[in-house]
Design a protein around this ligand. Sequence first.
Ligand SMILES: [Mg+2]
Length: 207
Amino acid sequence: MTQITTIFFDIGGVILTNGWDRRSRRATIERFELDWEEFTDRHDFVAHDFETGRIDLTEYLRRTVFYRPRPFTQDAFFEAMKAHSAAIEGSLDIVSDLVADGVLLATLNNESRELNEHRIDSFGLRRLFRIFLRSCYLGVKKPEAPIYRLAFHITQRRPEECLFVDDRSLNLECALDEGLAGIRFDSPAGLRAALAERGLLSRSQQA
Ligand SMILES: [Mg+2]
């Protein structure tokens, strides 16, 4: 069995809660007393451009919320967006243990730039991950095949020495088509067991 040297991690739903998913969008829209259907129509049109870095936060909000005067500011709305992020208990401990294993850790996540940077800062991800492969900078999203190829090219790793952790089956299926095997995340305990099965987390197990 080829030794795993590199692990690509999804962030939303694995390490942190999802940053701006349907549930957090709905709660924020209700809090500001906006029309959900109208917002969603607009969001659906620009979401891909927002997550692949073609438009920034200001333009996204101009298209979805501030296309007419509002009794609140963009900053207030962004603060409300940020408030939905929380750590998934136990996941960051696993990532810390993998750092001790000496594995190259990279994120591989679909996120818009401003919210992702807030999450990286707030949850100390910079001290754990060496590389941040994000849709907003790569210009492509999971599960599009080029994002997995870029992950190999940027890290200069062969697919067989890499592992991918994600909570969505479709992302894992498409990664596997590119030769990248993965673990579907359902809980920190499940992830820890799946990594141990592959001979990872050896140092933390010895501790
Ligand atoms: Mg996810």
